[in-house]
Design a protein around this ligand. Structure first.
Ligand code: HEC
Length: 265
């Protein structure tokens, strides 16, 4: 094999589906989901983000907060893309502390507020969860899979939500639920999704898998709203460097052309 073909072969091995690698490696089972935002040109799917927000609002928010995400950001074009009135209405679904009232007073949230914190059930905040968890653990191959598909945070969340085994046990007074994905295999979160739990505003059938995928995509956006801009800048820089390399090569050739000709003679 030439050196180049060896490098290419290594790249192909590294790009094999992560699920195949995960199955051999760790205890936790990660499904590979083909999200729209994967790859160097990937972008969020606005309709999916809107559905994911609906799942968060109607299901997850009962126990989880999202205290680093502002309602205003729901209007971002590269995000859920709601208009001003819709953002106002979505904010008003939540209540936040009223600084002007008595301590403990609440008022409806406004676009400038952030989603409230929620500590009632001891559930972790979901603002950054998609980046705090990884589905594709390195080092695996050359890391090309991580480069192309991300580190698998949304895949982890999807797999967690769809990975319940149906078993239950009580430990020190807490009910634990068997889960293929959660490290250790037992989680204290009740299985939050079931088919047709909600009715999607856009009419998409709300299967448990569909809701899991949508809310995972939404949480990825929440954790990294500027992913598309970052990728676009990366591609611009790459093209710029590639062009520069070609120009340098041609300049080099031209500069040395007369010397090389003399040598050959
Ligand atoms: C009834 C309350 C409840 C609901 C509803 C709920 N969760 Fe949870 N969730 C929890 C609790 C409690 C934990 C902590 C579990 C543990 O550490 O054993 C948790 C943990 C998590 C974790 C972190 C797992 C980890 O790796 O540490 C994620 C991700 C998560 N939930 C996502 C969701 C999503 C998405 C939804 C909505 C579809 C949701 N949860 C709905 C209670 C809930």
């Amino acid at each position: 094999m030439t050196k180049l073909s060896r490098i290419l072969a290594a790249a192909v091995v590294a790009a094999l589906p992560a699920s195949a690698m995960a199955a051999g490696g760790g205890e936790s089972h990660i499904e590979d989901v083909a999200f729209s935002f994967e790859g160097p040109m990937g972008a969020y799917d606005q309709a999916q983000l809107q559905r994911g927000l609906q799942v968060f609002n109607e299901v997850c928010a009962a126990c989880h907060g999202m205290k680093f995400v502002s309602f205003r950001s729901l209007g971002e074009e590269s995000g859920p893309g709601y208009d001003e009135e819709q953002v106002k209405a979505l904010a008003a679904l939540y209540e936040v502390a009223d600084e002007e009232g008595e301590p403990g007073d609440l008022r409806p949230a406004e676009p400038t507020d952030k989603f409230p914190e929620n500590t009632s059930m001891n559930a972790p905040d979901l603002s950054l969860m998609a980046k705090a968890r990884a589905g594709f653990h390195g080092p695996a191959g050359l890391g090309i899979n991580q480069l192309l598909n991300g580190t698998g945070g949304p895949e982890y969340i999807y797999s967690l939500l769809t990975g319940y085994t149906g078993e239950e046990k009580t430990q020190a007074g807490t009910i634990l639920y068997g889960n293929h994905t959660f490290p250790g295999g037992w989680i204290s979160m009740t299985p939050p999704l079931s088919d047709d739990l909600i009715e999607y505003a856009d009419g998409t059938p709300a299967t448990a898998e569909q809701m899991a995928e949508d809310v995972s995509a939404f949480l990825m956006w929440a954790a990294e709203p500027k992913m598309h801009d970052r990728k676009a800048a990366g591609i611009r820089n790459f093209l710029y460097i590639a062009l520069l390399a070609v120009l340098l090569y041609l300049t080099n050739k031209k500069l040395w052309a007369s010397v090389k000709k003399k040598k050959a003679a």
